[in-house]
Ligand binder design. Structure first.
Ligand code: TYD
Ligand code: MG
Length: 453
């Protein structure tokens, strides 16, 4: 009788162990091993494919392929994809539960009116999907086919019988292949299901979307192990209490990974935000201390964002340092520089930093804006509301050169700001265009003088 072989697979990284272990030796996660039955491989002496002749092709003989793209008509979405959908591509859309992945997929399906879309859902009933589409103001939809099913073999059978132009699988964690012993959502099921969908995308030349949930740790559960298999990994993110949603490409074989798409969740679905600066600045209060406008580059686009700081005396014990949308360690560093170079004593003050609108920024060019907001709040002097500040702060208190200065200046000009404070060394790369004053600063002390007067 054949021996039943089992193995233990880490659900976090896919590491295989012959026996159960508490801590994964590969990714150091605890309690992630799950028992799975392993398919015994048939022993074969001969490597497969022997006998058939395969030949390599000289590179110069390979014809260049022009990738035609399907436009989704959602400009923000197309941009992140690199200019539209590519035939035969497998795209993973990851994100926290409830962030709006299914909504985005349905909106895309509704936009692609001349394509037959097969929407496979393992999470919702056909009724629920229909209800969502109605919420999205869908009328006379003739191109979307719905299927509530999780058995991938049955789904493939449906696909074989019909001719969909695009397939959406929502979500990959609910799909399973009956031949495998392990439960849906386990690493081997997710991996196997993806491999099958990959083959489908490539052989039929149609785009296939797979939706994947993110775990608490911020990695795509299960789907993390398929990131290398898919062509594109999109991440949909946002803060729970804000309606803004940001779509990023973490990997893209058909485009840049720098682009982001910005959406706002409304009652009737996601709406594109095409002028993010205006939106992010719309709630600004003039004349209050602790608020500075910075020009940050997100992808290839400049976005003006308000950075706020609140510095208040500590009431008990340890002074607090708290940030939303900004790196806490970077804040400590900026506070140390301000203490040493500007003489700002924050040792007995709580410091809170907030990037307005629920955006996350991790580029050093916002340093100057944060430092200005902190100084402004501590001294209770408002920052000049017609100015934008950009610049990286070095440990010596120097203002360091930043990239893409032209774009930042342009955006500030476009939104009617009168002045932009930039690193001294960046001055040579900008030619003033329009009536914005460009001021160069080389030291953080100097910048505070310019901005807080
Ligand atoms: P959903 O697309 O179901 O999220 P996911 O598939 O990522 O889990 O979206 C869920 C949330 O979005 C839910 O809290 C309701 C909200 N929502 C709106 O605010 N407006 C809408 O038009 C729709 C369809 C959903
Ligand atoms: Mg969903």
């Amino acid at each position: 009788m054949a021996k039943i072989l089992t193995k233990y697979v880490c659900q976090s990284c896919g590491y295989v162990s012959p026996r159960w272990v508490g801590k994964c030796p590969n990714c150091s996660e605890w309690n992630t091993f799950v028992e799975e039955a392993s398919q015994p491989m048939k022993a074969s002496r001969k490597p497969s494919g022997v006998g058939s002749k395969i030949e390599p092709i000289p590179m110069q003989d390979v014809e260049k392929e022009d990738v035609p793209r399907i436009k989704t008509n959602i400009i923000e979405f197309d941009r992140v994809l690199g200019g539209g959908l590519v035939h035969g591509s497998l795209i993973l859309l990851g994100g926290d539960p409830g962030i709006g992945k299914s909504t985005l997929m349905m909106q895309m399906a509704l936009e692609l009116k001349d394509q037959v879309i097969l929407y496979v859902s393992g999470e919702e009933s056909i009724r629920q999907i229909k209800m969502r589409a109605e919420r999205l103001q869908a009328r006379e939809v003739k191109n979307v086919l719905l299927l509530a099913e999780t058995n991938l073999d049955l789904i493939l059978d449906v696909i074989d019988r019909g001719e969909p132009d695009l397939i959406i699988v929502d979500s990959i964690q609910t799909m399973y292949r009956p031949g495998l012993e392990s439960a849906p959502g386990s690493v081997s099921q997710v991996r196997e299901s993806t491999a099958l969908l990959l083959r489908l995308a490539k052989t039929r030349g149609i785009p296939v979307f797979v939706v994947g949930h993110v775990t608490k740790e911020g990695t795509i559960a299960g789907p993390r192990v398929i990131e290398h298999m898919v062509d594109t990994v999109l991440q949909f993110e946002g803060e729970a209490h804000y309606s803004y949603r940001i779509l990023r490409a973490l990997k893209n074989r058909y485009g840049s990974t720098n682009e982001i798409g910005i959406f706002e969740m409304h009652d009737s679905g996601l709406r594109e935000v095409q002028n993010p600066s205006a939106v992010f600045l719309s709630e600004r209060h003039f004349g209050t201390s602790g608020s500075t406008v910075v020009a940050s580059i997100e992808g290839s686009r400049p976005i003006l964002i308000e950075v706020q700081a609140l510095v208040t005396p500590t009431s008990y014990g340890m002074p607090q340092r708290n940030t939303t949308g900004f790196d806490l360690r970077r804040l400590s560093l900026l506070l140390a520089v301000l203490e040493k170079r500007v003489g700002l004593h924050v040792g007995s003050f709580d410091v809170f930093v907030n990037i307005a609108g629920g955006v996350k920024i991790d580029e050093p060019a916002v340093d100057l804006g944060i430092a200005t907001s902190i100084t402004s709040s501590l001294r209770d002097v408002p920052v000049d509301s017609t100015s934008v500040a950009v610049g990286e702060i070095g440990l010596g208190g120097e203002i360091r050169t930043i990239g893409q200065i032209e774009k930042r200046v342009q955006e500030a000009t476009k939104l009617g700001f009168k002045r932009i404070v930039v690193p001294q060394n960046n001055l040579k790369n900008v030619t003033p265009n329009g009536d914005i004053e460009i001021v160069g600063v080389d030291r953080v002390e100097k910048a505070m003088e310019v901005l807080l007067s």
